[in-house]
Structures are given as structure tokens and as C-alpha cells.
Design a protein around this ligand. Sequence first.
Ligand SMILES: Nc1nc2c(ncn2[C@@H]2O[C@H](COP(=O)(O)OP(=O)(O)OP(=O)(O)O)[C@@H](O)[C@H]2O)c(=O)[nH]1
Ligand SMILES: [Mg+2]
Length: 194
Amino acid sequence: MKFLESKFECSIYTKKDLFPSLLPEVVFSGRSNVGKSSLINKLLNKKLLARTSSTPGKTIGINFYKVNNKIFFVDLPGYGYAKISYAEKRRLSELVDFYFKSRRKFSLILQIIDIRFPPTQSDLQMINFLKVSNLHFLIIMSKSDKLSKSQYKEKVQNICKETYINEIEKIPFSSLTGHNILNIKKIIASQFKH
Ligand SMILES: Nc1nc2c(ncn2[C@@H]2O[C@H](COP(=O)(O)OP(=O)(O)OP(=O)(O)O)[C@@H](O)[C@H]2O)c(=O)[nH]1
Ligand SMILES: [Mg+2]
């Protein structure tokens, strides 16, 4: 399956606006500024569909993109950004919590972490939540262009140790060079074969 058609559907800022799950959802989760929106754009081959920024905290709601008229790509607001108010952080984390608990048709969660750094406490919490919730997820290690091949291989091994997950796939990725974009596309497409 190719992602031929894609369009912005809506942004959700409050729990009451979250509509019932109608289409299968591929979810992009991770720390602020880690590259979630950039990955979406790369997958959909659209430079500016999901708004990206070098300023963290760009995505402040849950953004839905409709793909091929049958899947939602869901861009979550990033966590762990220090420079927003306590009230705003709380609003975002409650919204994301509510989203995950609202019995949606989750096809795949792409949990994105920056390949250069050890996973943060929030990354580990999120990964743990995905594990205990039995959600199907994959770890994408973003910004691989910032490291040499041998450096990133070492980082992948370290992350396996730190997250205690060897069994799931961890894919280094760069939205700059397109490293592994085809693999990620294939994995997403494989969810929709039948
Ligand atoms: N070098 C490099 N830069 C990247 C990569 N992916 C994203 N960036 C840059 O990192 C910054 C943040 O990217 P975004 O895609 O906006 O990150 P985000 O996770 O959506 O951020 P929030 O919306 O704030 O949660 C931008 O300046 C991107 O150009 C990558 O693979 N390599
Ligand atoms: Mg974003």
C-alpha cells in the first residue's frame, strides 16, 4: 500500500472534542522536538502537511491526518517540554491520557526517541505504558543523520538495555536523509493488508 492521498482532518484540543474512533489509527508519540511531525511529512511525502519547528512544543493538540481515506495518522503533542506552563503541560498530558484510554482502533504506535540521547524518564514511562497496555508499538530512533553508522549501532544496543525490550523492533531513522523510510512505510502498510 502506498500513501497516495493525505489531508489534514482536524486538531483536537479538549477531551470533549475527541470523536469516536472510526478508522484505524497509526499514532506518532514522543518527546517534544524529537521529530514526530517530520516523520509524518516524510511518510506522506509532503513537506508541510504536519507543522514542524525547531522550537519545541509546536504540536499543541492532537492532529489527525486522513490517509488514503481509510487510516488516520495521529500526531500527538510532544511531552517533556520544560518551557510551557504547568497548567498547559497538565492539559496536554490529560488529553493524551484520555486519547489512549478511549478505546480507539490502534493499529500501530510509533514511539519516537532521539537516537543521540538515552531515553528520558518520560520516554521510559511511555514505553512501559505501551507494554502494559498490550499496544502494538515500534521504536523509531530519530535523527540518525546526526551519528555515524557505528555510533548509532551502539546507541541502538544501549536503548535495548535501557528499555528492556529486545523483542520489538527499533528502527534508526532520519527525516533529513530518508534513512529507513521505506522500512517504516512497509511496516505500517503491513497492518492494512487484509
Ligand atoms: N537532523 C535532523 N533533524 C530533524 C530530524 N527530524 C526532525 N528534525 C528537526 O527537529 C526539529 C523538530 O522536528 P518536529 O518534526 O517539529 O518535532 P516534533 O516531535 O513534531 O515536535 P513537537 O511538535 O514540538 O512535539 C525540526 O527543526 C526538524 O527539522 C532528523 O531526522 N534529522
Ligand atoms: Mg510536532
